[in-house]
Design a protein around this ligand. Structure first.
Ligand SMILES: Cc1cc2nc3c(=O)[nH]c(=O)nc-3n(C[C@H](O)[C@H](O)[C@H](O)COP(=O)(O)OP(=O)(O)OC[C@H]3O[C@@H](n4cnc5c(N)ncnc54)[C@H](O)[C@@H]3O)c2cc1C
Ligand code: FES
Length: 281
């Protein structure tokens, strides 16, 4: 059992959860994730280690409530326990001194990009961050991102805060200003990562994305997380989750992620129904 040391919402439906997991806290590197099973009957879901505190023996995850498991996790509070936390898993982010790097996060992708942005800054890069959200109330980690950045930009789709528009438009603006950009990291919804890849492709800017296929074991055994990169099959849980954005087959990823949509919908509806029943007694 893994004890939750603290838990608070950062925005509607997005919760920051600090969990006691001393061995993982000691070993983890930027870009790695854990597989979590909330209770005995639960499914396993992958969640990025957003931060860790080896002295305190804790790791932090930032979770967007999408379906049954993430909503169940987000209903947990300080002092509650989680059945399984396995990790650190996945290949660490490739970190070196590239020069000027742009770290782009869309929605909860900002939390996934954060540890890598920290590591890129530590390696001596000039770090520009662009973090996008649909509206001001959904912006997360603004203070943390500003602290790690030499330049930080927020974009909102509705213009309620920061730059009015998409992260792609802000990136294009930076490129058009004529400055040199050596490396781009983009993490967020599949259409966003694909669009970023198309922005940087004509300029041959090295661009890396963190892929989010469905994972079951997270250790390279089941093949569930199969992705196509440079026309080759890769397992995102062991070969990734970060890959060269210009070589990823995003359509294949998007199609594969839709395979279980009816079951996911049914499971989420049953969870909401159960919660409503519990509330009414
Ligand atoms: C390496 C990696 C790191 C991730 N890090 C984070 C993070 O830090 N914070 C965060 O909020 N989310 C993260 N995700 C996404 C998160 O795992 C999914 O939102 C979660 O699994 C959804 O499960 P659910 O039961 O709540 O929703 P469901 O209703 O079951 O699914 C909603 C959608 O989530 C995806 N999904 C479902 N099951 C899985 C699974 N077992 N593995 C992967 N994707 C799945 C599918 O695209 C699905 O359509 C990460 C995904 C990957 C692959
Ligand atoms: S999750 Fe099973 S092989 Fe990657």
């Amino acid at each position: 059992m893994y004890r939750i040391v603290s838990a608070q919402f950062l925005a509607e439906n997005i919760k920051k959860i600090e969990i006691e997991a001393p061995r993982i806290a000691k070993k983890r590197n930027a870009g790695q994730f854990v597989m979590i099973r909330v209770d005995e009957s639960g499914e396993r879901v992958p969640l990025t280690i957003a931060d860790s505190n080896p002295e305190k023996g804790t790791i932090t995850i930032i979770v967007q409530g999408m379906g049954k498991t993430t909503r169940e996790l987000n209903s947990k509070n300080t002092g509650d326990t989680i059945t399984d936390v396995v990790g650190p898993l996945g290949a660490p982010s490739h970190i070196e001194k590239f020069g000027t790097v742009v770290s782009i996060g869309g929605g909860v992708g900002t939390a996934i990009a954060y540890p890598t942005a920290v590591a890129l800054k530590k390696a001596g890069n000039y770090v520009i961050t662009i973090n996008g959200a649909r509206s001001k109330d959904l912006v997360i980690l603004e203070k943390e991102m500003t602290t790690v950045s030499d330049e930080a930009y927020i974009t909102t789709d509705d213009g309620s805060y920061g730059f009015h528009g998409f992260v792609t438009q802000k990136l294009q603006e930076l490129i058009d200003s004529g400055r040199t950009i050596d490396y781009v990291l983009a993490i967020g919804p599949i259409p966003m990562m694909k669009a970023i890849a198309e922005v940087t492709r004509p300029y041959h800017i090295k661009t890396v994305v963190s892929l989010n296929p469905i994972m079951v074991d997270g250790t390279g055994m089941c093949g569930g997380c199969r992705v196509t990169v440079d026309k080759q099959i890769k397992f995102a849980c062991v070969d990734g989750p970060e890959f060269d954005a210009h070589l990823v087959d995003f359509k294949n990823l998007s199609d594969r992620n839709k395979i279980y949509l009816p079951e996911e919908k049914q499971s989420a509806e049953a969870y909401v129904h159960r919660c409503n029943l519990i509330k009414s007694v």
